[in-house]
Design a protein around this ligand. Structure first.
Ligand code: PAF
Length: 281
């Protein structure tokens, strides 16, 4: 596996691979990789000749009071995981090499990013869209793989690709969970043992909504209440938002008549976790 650390080296390598007719798959990550990322690398592996994993903790998607400086990092472990999963190139650019000091062009998606995490993290998706567009330009992928755990991010990036005519196929990988249901996330590393136990409330809340729906409940307010009740039962948890939105438009719904997305962000202690499930009537 090749390790590249400058945008220039990455783009040169990608253009050379393209010219040689190779099909490129990219898995953008912020590192501290886990089995969820490994599953995305395997999806890329099955769809491309050359798999590039990018590892960059993108400052532009963190707000001023967020966890950029303490975001978990372990380059050696990430390198070993990428190698074990058969990645061909690990692109890990230095913090200062990706954005020009006076960078002034950004990508703003302004519909799907209004609610959910976009409402609680202003500017977050502008940072995500901009860095992903830059990573696409640097890695020249035919296919890019993102996790369904970041449901809003996935829908926004698909919209970016559609609206800007970016010739990249976006593939979604299912959320990978711990045996007790907690969605794998690099941020789980922040949880104390007691917080870790209570963090299962996110998945239990989604399950509660799904079983009320299966029992015939169609009211989004009732399903949200069922979710909120589960979160309230975990003393270390505090909901940032609990929403049921249309799966396509991400607008709030009142009745589940077509596929909806149950999405939540919950602080467990100081750690903000997200999870979601598609609800099908
Ligand atoms: O999902 C992530 O880890 C990040 O948001 C991404 C897509 C790598 C952009 O920094």
């Amino acid at each position: 596996m090749q390790i590249l650390t400058t945008p220039r080296a990455m783009q040169d390598a990608a253009l050379t691979l393209r010219a040689a007719g190779r099909r490129i798959g990219v898995v953008p990550t912020m590192g501290f990789l886990h089995e969820g990322h490994a599953s995305l690398i395997r999806l890329a592996r099955a769809r491309a000749d050359v798999v590039i994993v990018t590892l960059f903790v993108n400052p532009a998607q963190f707000g001023p009071n967020e966890d950029l400086s303490r975001y978990p990092r372990d380059f050696e472990r990430d390198r070993a995981l990428c190698e074990a999963e058969g990645a061909d190139i690990l692109f890990a650019p230095g913090a200062d090499s990706v954005y020009a000091a006076d960078a002034s062009v950004w990508i703003d998606e302004d519909r799907l990013s209004r609610g959910l995490c976009g409402a609680s993290r202003p500017g977050h998706f502008r940072g995500v869209c901009t860095v992903v567009a830059k990573l696409f330009n640097l890695t020249q992928p035919h296919v890019a793989v993102f996790g369904e755990k970041d449901a809003q991010q996935l829908r926004i990036l698909r919209r970016m690709v559609r609206d800007l005519d970016i010739p990249v196929e976006v593939v979604a990988g299912p959320t990978v969970r711990e045996t007790d249901g907690l969605a794998m996330s690099s941020r789980n590393a922040y949880l104390s043992p007691e917080e870790r136990l209570q963090a299962t409330c996110l998945r239990r809340a989604l399950d509660a909504a799904a079983s009320r729906l299966a029992a015939g409940e169609r009211s989004a307010a009732a399903l949200r209440a069922a979710m909120a009740e589960v979160i309230a039962g975990a003393p270390l948890a505090r909901a940032d938002y609990i929403e049921i939105v249309d799966d396509e438009t991400l607008e709030p719904v009142t009745l589940i008549g077509r596929p909806a997305l149950a999405a939540m962000a919950v602080f467990v202690g100081r750690t903000r976790l997200i999870d979601n499930a598609v609800l099908r009537p």
